[in-house]
Design a protein around this ligand. Structure first.
Ligand SMILES: Cc1cc2nc3c(=O)[nH]c(=O)nc-3n(C[C@H](O)[C@H](O)[C@H](O)COP(=O)(O)O)c2cc1C
Length: 367
């Protein structure tokens, strides 16, 4: 673990009040975001090797990106690549600004290397975020990697009006991301996950693809799924996604299921409402990736997320069928060195297996 991280954020990150630690770390990183010197220092410490993959119409330096929720308001957008990530997903953003659920709403279960959160899409809202992204671009501080925007449903809007709510946010942010993730799977907005039911999902996808048509653009649209759906529903959603021209599936969001707690701290964390992320999620995330890959015969790009924190877990997700991968909790528990160590590990595996590149490893477990 680098000295920089220890000095910067590691001590605060390890306490129990996870949201405060997160805010402090993000605040520090957003200062690096504004300084080219700061970014070059970080980059020297945390740069990842190249392991290129071409997917979703773009070239990624390697498959590993930052998952949604870490930088909801895109405050440190240009600093994340200096921590070794090849692509960044900001958000979840909703049409209207939201405070989210009452605090505390983010808990650690250290023994399980898991987090429980019930944030509830705290975010500045789509118009305000667009304005800050416009300022960022005009000041020349736009990162040189693919950027995804994660879009959620506003809490005050019901599911009948959800298609318009998503498409409005999509329209507002259209010029400010390279691809968009429609998040119908957060457990922390009441009723949101019902949008995974067939008819409601079709309506959301229809409205959102209309926005893309309006701009006569081929920017990718992706759908982020819950690990708590059964395999049949997941296959159905993959079919509907393909039918509506969705380019990729992000598997998965956090789970409402709970592992057996190993101690009192974990018992407290797991008794909170919200979604579990981190190590305990990896097994189910792998199953969902495999299920979608098998069902669609590799026809839709899969982004694997959930419990990736090592070269081994990353390799498994890729072999299960993910072309791209992301992490959130792994960064909290392992510090920023985790990114380059994962990519270095993937690079060695590619060599070990005698593959010409990482693309050959995608879905390899099924061959
Ligand atoms: C505090 C927190 C906030 C999150 N917020 C979002 C969000 O706004 N939108 C979203 O799609 N996923 C969100 N996620 C889910 C992550 O993007 C990811 O799917 C999940 O944490 C599993 O990955 P991990 O095990 O690497 O953490 C959030 C996760 C955490 C821990």
């Amino acid at each position: 673990m680098g000295l920089g991280w220890r000095l910067l954020a590691r001590p605060v990150i390890s306490r129990l009040d996870s949201e405060r630690s997160h805010d402090l770390a993000l605040g520090t990183l957003s200062k690096f975001d504004k300084s080219n010197f700061g970014k070059s220092v970080l980059s020297r410490m945390y740069k990842s090797p190249e392991l290129p993959i071409h997917t979703l119409g773009r070239l990624f330096h390697h498959p590993l990106g930052l998952a949604a929720g870490m930088d909801k308001g895109a405050r440190a957008l240009s600093a994340w690549p200096a921590l070794g990530f090849s692509w960044i997903e900001y958000g979840g953003i909703t049409r209207y600004p939201q405070d989210g659920n009452p605090k505390p709403r983010m808990f650690r279960a250290n023994s399980e290397r898991a987090l429980v959160n019930s944030m509830g899409f705290n975010n500045p809202g789509s118009s305000s975020l667009r304005d800050s992204l416009v300022d960022r671009k005009s000041s020349g501080n736009w990162p040189n990697v693919p950027i995804a925007a994660n879009i959620g449903r506003s809490k005050k809007v019901d599911n009948e009006q959800a298609p318009r709510d998503y498409s409005h946010t999509l329209d507002t942010l259209w010029g400010h991301a390279d691809m968009f993730v429609l998040n119908v799977s957060s457990p922390n907005t009441p009723g949101l996950r019902n949008l995974q039911n067939e008819d409601l999902l079709r309506n959301v996808l229809r409205e959102c693809t209309k926005v893309r048509e309006k701009y006569n653009s081929n920017k990718p649209l992706l759908l982020k799924l819950s690990p708590d759906n059964d395999d049949e529903l997941i296959s159905e959603m993959a079919d509907i996604s393909i039918k509506y021209g969705i380019d990729g599936i992000v598997a998965t969001n956090t789970t409402i299921s709970r592992p057996e707690p190993k101690n009192t701290q974990s018992r407290i964390a797991f008794s909170q409402s919200g979604g579990v992320s981190g190590k305990p999620l990896h097994k189910r995330s792998l199953e969902v990736i495999s299920n979608i890959y098998n069902h669609t015969q590799g026809k839709i790009t899969i982004v694997g997320v959930g419990g990736i924190d090592s070269p081994d877990s990353a390799w498994k997700s890729i072999q299960a069928g993910a072309s791209l991968i992301q992490l959130y909790s792994g960064l909290v528990f392992n510090g920023p060195g985790v990114t380059s160590s994962i990519v270095r590990g993937l690079k060695s595996r590619v060599k070990e297996y005698g593959f010409s590149g990482i693309t050959e490893a995608v879905g390899n477990a099924h061959k």
